[in-house]
Design a protein around this ligand. Structure first.
Ligand SMILES: Nc1ncnc2c1ncn2[C@@H]1O[C@H](COP(=O)(O)OP(=O)(O)O)[C@@H](O)[C@H]1O
Length: 299
């Protein structure tokens, strides 16, 4: 477990100050980004003592490392899309606990049936199981020399957040936001290519503004011809299950936003539209540059 420990315990080498000072001086992005200053008296909870089934984490002396970021946001908001783009840009792994759960569901392991039942109802897997899956993934990564991470879908409960806080210096928590009707449409439009694993979305969202509310346009992300006949829908992307996932998010995961807000780590980002509108704005508020993206746009 020392390997996991070392990965989790490295210092905050990424310049959080720079990020936020840029965001604060960028008027154009003010409406998109709301950096939540720490509450006047953050009340750090005592670290919970994880049950014996949880990996034993401990802090060790800091060392150089890459970013340790977390993506929060409701189902369908696009955590996977933006976490994956940032992971390519920053050279750190994108670790989505939903993917870890789905991998386990596909395996013939002892948890497969139980996890399938839980996830297909839109419920959360127990903290013990998810931390065990994440611990194994981080250990495997560290053995390969990974030096940071972008977590997507973790933490989702206060207990998970407290356990993570007890073992890692999370630099930044990006909270992606979208209105609920759009979230539901986006979840229902999600498709995956059963052959290449590519993620697509057939929803064409075009909501006109009015009554003081801005409109929003999100073009569909259509698959290439080779994937069209191989598209599948996630079993938990039905309207009933999506609504249950949103309800659970509001109950269990929204308090996690408050947890990080109180620690001054939360960066609120209201998505202004689809990827072409949102990605450059996100880079701007993070003070990052995507040369490849610029080159392909100019081509
Ligand atoms: N941190 C977590 N804690 C508990 N359950 C999780 C966690 N991450 C993923 N899961 C399980 O995996 C399912 C799929 O996760 P994910 O792909 O992140 O879904 P979503 O699209 O709702 O964000 C969840 O509904 C839940 O059952």
């Amino acid at each position: 477990m020392a390997a996991l420990t070392r990965l989790l315990a490295r210092p905050r080498s990424f310049s959080l100050t720079r990020t936020f000072s840029v965001a604060a001086s960028t008027t154009e992005t003010d409406s998109l980004l709301r950096f939540s200053p720490p509450s006047p008296s953050p009340s750090p909870s005592p670290s919970p003592s994880p049950s014996s089934s949880l990996p034993r984490f401990a802090r060790i002396d800091p060392d150089d490392r890459n970013v340790q970021w977390v993506f929060l946001g409701c189902p369908g908001v696009g955590k996977g899309t933006y976490a994956s783009r940032l992971s390519n840009l920053l050279g750190v792994p994108h670790i989505a606990t939903g993917d870890l759960v789905r991998d386990e569901m596909k395996s013939s392991g002892p948890l497969a049936t139980q996890l399938t039942e839980i996830a297909n109802q839109g419920k959360l897997v127990s903290d013990e199981i998810i931390i065990d899956l994440l611990g194994k993934r981080l250990e495997a990564g560290e053995a390969k020399g990974e030096l940071g991470f972008i977590l997507d879908g973790f933490p989702r409960t206060i207990r998970q957040a407290e356990i993570l806080e007890g073992v890692a210096d999370i630099d930044l928590v990006i909270n992606l936001k979208l209105r609920e009707d759009v979230l539901i449409e986006k979840c229902l439009g999600r498709r995956i290519c059963s052959q290449c694993g590519g993620n697509f979305n057939i929803a064409n969202i075009d909501i006109k503004g009015g009554n003081g509310c801005p409109g929003i346009y999100m073009a569909p992300l259509l698959p290439p011809p080779g994937c069209v006949t191989k598209l599948i829908t996630r079993a938990d992307d039905t309207e009933e299950v999506v609504k249950e996932r949103l309800r659970i998010y509001n109950d269990m995961s929204q308090p996690v936003e408050e947890f990080y807000r109180g620690r001054g780590k939360l960066l609120e980002f209201d998505l202004p539209g689809g990827i072409p509108e949102s990605w450059p704005k996100l880079l701007q508020v993070l003070n990052l540059d995507d040369h490849d993206d610029k080159q392909s746009a100019a081509a």
